[in-house]
Design a protein around this ligand. Structure first.
Ligand code: UFG
Length: 342
């Protein structure tokens, strides 16, 4: 009898923010899921019951080979990376070395172990200076940060391994992942937290100091930077839509957003509406590496797969994030009562 009769999915970085929401979607569809994560930024409590778990690092080649050898894997999803644009502007070589080196370790092991489908978490940060219009897959690539550069390097590596080794790949360029699992099981918990929506919510709840708006002198209607906030569960379902293309032996490179942008001031207003509380905030200088506007044209994935975001408004997205922050004031530490017992 086969030891693993169901198709098996390996989710590298599956204890992190976006990865854990993909695991939730896979489990809800009855799939067999293994999370590979070193918990350096992910959380054990974000690995839902039903998923298998291998605690190891992508820096550990033997551990990577061991899990790939324990196949066959129907698909490998790669979420594990350093992902802060601002940090990458301070530590470019750390970002390039870690993200490219560890990504290549994983891709190489997939090729050697006969994996046929690979899904990469890519980023809107490929389009650093794209201008103000919606960004499509044909918009010229021009990373504005070493973080974006590292993801572009992995996209190129995958294009070559698809062509030469037949490892079909999807590169999904997330715009701004936001929100939380609608069932309240999962949410956003970074340490330190640098993302706009959780910081804005915490400022409204009085749990953090006032928000600093990074730049109010951009050439945008209200002077603050514009991003395309897309719900994290919608990102997860997009992975499954892209996987269906890989199963037809096609590669899939898509920009993933809602197609509409919101400024920092609009995010503040949404949090005030949804929470019913004011958001204390001050105006500060721009953050290095931040483009003024990043909004996706997400028609391509819609046309190819029928995917579209279920969470269409900023208020809906903020509501799920607020529910998570209110239920978990200390993030996943609330799920592990001993971890801050003193
Ligand atoms: N911002 C503030 N104050 C804060 C934090 C953020 O004004 O305290 C602003 C930023 O300057 C930016 C916007 O809010 O204009 C969103 O910032 P985030 O830090 O939430 O997200 P980023 O746009 O910097 O980056 C995120 C991911 C990246 C990804 C990028 C793609 O962290 O991995 O989206 O758009 F590449």
């Amino acid at each position: 009898m086969a030891r693993h009769p169901a198709p098996r999915h390996l989710v590298v970085g599956g204890a992190g923010y976006v990865g854990s929401h993909l695991v939730a979607e896979l489990l809800s569809r009855g799939e067999d899921v293994t999370v590979f994560d070193d918990l350096s930024t992910g959380h054990a409590a974000a690995i839902l019951p039903g998923a298998h778990f291998v605690r190891a690092s992508l820096a550990d080649q033997a551990a990577v080979d061991a899990v790939l050898a324990d196949g066959p894997w129907h698909a490998v999803f790669h979420f594990a990376a350093l992902s802060l644009v601002g940090d990458s502007m301070r530590e470019p070589l750390r970002y390039l070395r870690r993200n490219i080196g560890e990504g290549l370790t994983l891709i190489d092991s997939c090729v050697r172990h006969g994996v046929k489908r690979f899904v990469l978490s890519s980023t809107a940060a490929l389009f650093g200076t794209a201008g103000d219009g919606p960004i499509s897959e044909s918009t010229p690539i021009d990373p504005g940060s070493p973080y974006g550069e590292s993801k572009w390097a992995l996209e190129r590596a995958l294009a070559w391994t698809s062509r030469i080794h037949g490892l079909r790949y999807a590169a999904l360029r997330y715009f701004n992942a936001a929100g939380a699992d609608a069932q309240g099981r999962l949410g956003e918990d970074h340490a330190p937290e640098t993302h706009l929506i959780p910081l804005t919510i915490d400022a409204a709840l009085g749990r953090r100091p006032p928000l600093t708006v990074f730049g109010a002198d951009y050439a945008t209607p209200d002077g603050t930077a514009i991003r395309d906030y897309v719900h994290v569960t919608d990102l997860a379902t997009a992975h499954l839509a892209a996987l269906a293309l890989l199963e037809k032996d096609r590669d899939a490179v898509f920009n993933l957003g809602t197609g509409s942008g919101n400024s920092v001031r609009e995010v503040i207003a949404a949090v005030e509406r949804v929470s019913g509380r004011p958001v204390p905030h001050t105006l500060g200088p721009r953050r290095a590496g931040d483009p003024p506007v990043l909004v996706a044209a997400s028609d391509a994935i819609a046309a190819a797969t029928g995917w579209s975001p279920r969470f269409r408004t900023l208020d809906e997205i903020v509501a799920t994030a607020l529910a998570w922050r209110q239920a978990h004031p200390r993030g996943y530490d609330d799920a592990m009562p001993d971890s801050r017992a003193s």
